[in-house]
Design a protein around this ligand. Structure first.
Ligand SMILES: *[C@@H]1O[C@H](CO)[C@@H](O)[C@H](O)[C@H]1NC(C)=O
Ligand SMILES: *[C@@H]1O[C@H](CO)[C@@H](O)[C@H](O)[C@H]1NC(C)=O
Ligand SMILES: CC(=O)N[C@H]1CO[C@H](CO)[C@@H](O)[C@@H]1O
Length: 355
């Protein structure tokens, strides 16, 4: 090969690499900086110190909070402590979360809870809690029934399936069925970075029921939080590194068809829907570098975003709260109930704000 040709090839490769690097730093928000936004009436929830990854609030004001996630590539302040589910009654002014007891038959020692979702059976008002679990860094979905009188989660079953290879979050649509966001090839942390670096869009949404399991949407860089609209007609999927909220119409046969994509700037994480207004809320990571490269002198920020009128031509995107980590680090979710806001985090505390 001629020297000139070699040089040309090397030049082209370098240019391609440079372009990848630029795209990668954009997708991972490596350099993004934001301004703080304060809310006046906030307090930290007592007793939650090791994460509050996902939060679900029942119509009666009882909130479930998953805590203690151990995830490859992210810091955990109590790596040996099993995860737990907290219960918080938002009607009670004392705001005391308590760790829920889990019935026998469930392996608590490897409990590593991630996304959660609740389902209320209209027949008998039973409340089911679905929990994405990563025992030994595998992925399962655990189904519990919440026995409110005894304050206990009754373990019902563990769902494992080859199509649920690396699950992130679920939204329950029946006592045993759900949609899940999932990465179909990689559970490994290094490979997920490679995936992000190359810009592969190999994460998907899977519909699971005991009788049928199938992929219903694909093409996300990194599908993460998933939620359903209050009228149950739409499914919203957060693409963290795509910086988008993807709106899908849900059909009677459980297929999803794309409706629209709302572009944000931040690394949005878990989604929730205000049951009254229909607004979509998300906790986000303004800067991916600070999240992954944990440094006590330059901690990850939290950013809470509200999207109003998501189905209109002009959705309104507002940063409701942004903190440099001095109060709360690495927000993952924002859930509202009756003008009260709960903010969850990957590995830090949980915040309550009166809106
Ligand atoms: C599901 O229903 C939708 C809308 O009616 C239809 O377009 C789609 O082809 C159906 N999909 C399957 C897998 O049956
Ligand atoms: C974060 O914000 C607080 C309060 O606004 C401020 O006192 C502190 O210096 C800031 N920390 C950093 C690392 O910028
Ligand atoms: C419920 C859910 O989507 N979980 C995500 C929330 O945020 C964490 C932190 O980044 C993600 O890792 C979870 O996948």
């Amino acid at each position: 090969m001629g020297a000139l040709l070699k040089l040309t090839i090397i030049g082209v490769l370098l240019a391609a690499l440079g372009e990848r690097l630029l795209q990668f730093s954009h997708r991972a928000n490596l350099f993004r900086e934001i301004e703080p936004v304060d809310l006046p009436n906030c307090q930290l929830l007592k007793g939650i110190e090791y994460g509050s990854e996902d939060i679900e609030i029942l119509p009666n004001g009882l909130a479930f909070i998953s805590s203690g996630l151990k995830y490859p590539g992210l810091v955990a302040f109590a790596p040996e402590k099993p995860g737990e589910i907290f219960l918080l009654d938002l009607n009670d002014e004392k705001l005391r979360p308590s760790s829920l007891r889990i019935s026998k038959g469930f392996d608590l020692s490897t409990f590593n809870p991630h996304g959660i979702s609740t389902y209320i059976d209209e027949k008998d008002d039973s409340v089911y809690l679905f929990v994405v679990n990563h025992p030994h860094h595998k992925s399962t979905v655990e189904i519990f029934r919440f026995a409110e009188e005894e304050n206990v989660l009754v373990y019902l079953k563990t769902i494992k399936h080859p199509a649920l290879h690396s699950v992130n979050d679920v939204v329950a649509v029946g006592p045993e069925s759900f949609y899940a966001t999932n990465d179909y090839y990689f559970t490994d942390f290094i490979m997920r970075y490679v995936e992000l670096f190359i810009g592969l869009t190999w994460t998907n949404v899977v519909y699971y029921s005991p009788g049928e399991v199938r992929q219903v949407a694909t093409g996300f860089y990194s599908a993460n939080g998933i939620a359903m609209s209050s009228d149950q007609k739409y499914i919203y999927v957060a693409d963290v590194t795509g910086h988008t909220v993807n709106v899908f119409e849900k059909h009677a046969n459980w297929s999803l068809s794309p409706v629209k994509v709302v572009q944000l700037e931040t690394l949005l994480d878990n989604l929730s829907v205000d049951p009254v207004t229909g607004d979509v809320w998300t906790g986000a990571h303004p800067n991916g570098f600070k999240l992954v490269n944990y440094n006590t002198k330059d901690v990850p920020w939290s950013e809470i975003i509200r999207i109003q009128n998501i189905h209109s031509d002009n959705p309104i995107v507002t940063t409701v709260y942004a903190n440099n980590g001095s109060v709360i680090q690495a927000s993952t979710c924002a859930v509202v109930y009756d003008n009260k806001l709960l903010v969850g985090t990957v590995f830090h505390k949980a915040l309550y704000c009166q809106l």
